[in-house]
Design a protein around this ligand. Structure first.
Ligand code: SDX
Length: 429
């Protein structure tokens, strides 16, 4: 992979040759691992131009608006597969055949329940705690139930941890919601599909078991697919960094959930709905666009912009199509928030500020409107994102641990005090 070289000339020193590595597709990278010998480090806060690892899982072409999972375009996966097929693909590198899929679905079904004692963890939270705070806590608590049966250097142990997490996240997410509602938690059912089972645990009660709408189940499954993985985003990088110390995978996923929570990342779907409520009416859009452009105003147009996409986020395009389908199937005409969102998109995409900065709607812009139509409360939106992204997180965790790796330990540019001696307290001014 390294027949090209870069030459670095540092004043007063001999030129340094650095290998250039070429992937299957996408930008070449300059391998700077040997740079330390020159007494220099690279400096790249926010990793704007830094590849942290080599990966075969997902590829994004930000300029073309392309997203591939193991080479398959997200549009095709959303149309022609379901979430568990996409999970199998991300975890194993190939789509399952019918027999492999049946086996995988059956294995996942056998791990959807959580230890009965895990319910006790919920009682420590206030009922009005943010669902992401509870999710962080209870997923981290899973590490207390599997700590002793887990050798992360054992491929079989890594495999069962991955299945356990994919299987249990819907159960835990629904438990988080039921706890916030003061309703009894529902057990998973093995006769339902993954998405149907999640909606069953969310909205059914012991008093009444209603059939799950196939339209809503299909929309839920597609939302899971669209959120499954996305290269080395902030939360995935967090999971890789935590995993590089050898930490328990359940603790690593809890760390990923914490990173996802931020409004600049997975918290944006909840923030979009809050923003639409704040804008309220089309007549206020210009005021909020002006706020978004004002450098002195921290307000950003939530659901717009992306570190990598400088074209449309392909997930947003599929999400918008799904949005139209779900609202149409549910007979929701002229949803005011959807109307407002479409008008906001229209205006923003003709404004030079957004065009110059390639600020297009991202995955979070329309997802909230679908989730709300399905009946999911806004505060649960990022929990849904975490549920769906768990397979991406754990696929990257598995990929990292399956070949030689080092603990992640970035260096820094130190601009603090030079060494100095302490003054006794009695003598300090
Ligand atoms: C996700 O990484 C991933 O893959 C994430 C994700 C995934 O699947 O894991 O895709 C999921 O997190 C999607 C993004 C959800 N976040 C939001 O919708 C929040 C709003 N967006 C912004 O916070 C922002 O666009 C980011 C964080 C998404 C990207 O920020 P960058 O890449 O650091 O870009 P930047 O902040 O440096 O912005 C560049 C310019 C700046 O203006 P200038 O200083 O150049 O004049 O664009 C402006 C920014 O002020 N800008 C915005 C804006 N986003 C960027 N201005 C107004 N509104 C916005 N939304």
């Amino acid at each position: 992979m390294a027949d090209k070289k870069a030459q670095l000339v540092i004043e007063g020193a001999a030129p340094v040759e650095l290998p250039i590595l070429t992937g299957t597709v996408g930008p070449d990278v300059i391998d700077v691992r040997g740079l330390g010998a020159t007494g220099h480090f690279t400096f790249d806060p926010g990793f704007m131009a830094t590849a942290s690892c080599e990966s075969k899982i997902t590829y994004i072409d930000g300029d073309k608006g392309v997203l591939l999972h193991r080479g398959y375009p997200i549009e095709q996966l959303a149309e022609k597969s379901d979430y568990l097929e996409t999970c199998y693909l991300l975890l194993n590198g190939e789509l399952p055949n019918a027999e492999q899929k049946a086996q995988f679905v059956s294995t996942v079904k056998n791990h959807t329940m959580v230890h009965e004692q895990l319910k006790s963890f919920f009682n420590g939270f206030r009922r009005d705690a943010h669902p992401m705070a509870v999710m962080c806590g209870v997923v981290g608590a899973l590490s207390a139930f599997y700590h002793d049966s887990l050798d992360i250097n054992n491929p079989q142990h890594r495999e069962i941890s991955a299945v356990r997490l994919v299987a249990k996240m819907p159960t835990l997410a629904a438990m988080v919601y039921k706890y916030s509602m003061g309703q009894p938690m529902m057990y998973p059912r093995n006769d339902l599909s993954y998405a149907e089972n999640f909606l069953h645990m969310m909205f059914n009660t012991p008093c009444e078991i209603k059939p799950i709408s196939p339209v809503l189940a299909k929309a839920m499954d597609r939302i899971f697919i669209l959120h499954a993985d996305h290269e080395q985003n902030a939360s995935t990088s967090t999971v890789r960094l935590a995993g590089s110390s050898g930490a328990n995978p359940f603790a690593c996923i809890a760390a990923g959930i914490a990173a996802l929570w931020g409004p600049a990342h997975g918290g944006a779907n909840e923030a979009v709905l809050t923003m639409l409520d704040e804008i309220g009416d089309v007549s206020n859009i210009d005021k909020y666009i002006a706020k978004a452009k004002d450098k002195n105003d921290p307000f950003k147009l939530m659901g717009f912009g992306h570190r990598v996409y400088k074209n449309r986020d392909p997930r947003a395009t599929v999400m918008k199509k799904t949005c139209d389908e779900v609202l149409g199937e549910l007979g929701i005409k002229n949803d005011p928030q959807l109307e407002l969102a479409m008008r906001l998109e229209e205006i923003a995409l003709t404004d030079p500020y957004f065009i110059e900065r390639s600020l297009y709607p991202n995955v979070d812009f329309y997802s909230g409107i679908i989730l709300k139509a399905i009946g999911i409360p806004t505060s649960m939106f990022t929990v849904i994102f975490a549920l769906a992204r768990t397979v991406g997180w754990i696929s990257h965790w598995k990929e990292m641990l399956s070949s030689p790796y080092k603990i992640g330990r970035p260096r820094q540019l130190y601009t603090g005090e030079l060494q100095r001696d302490i003054v006794e307290l009695k003598d300090r001014k």
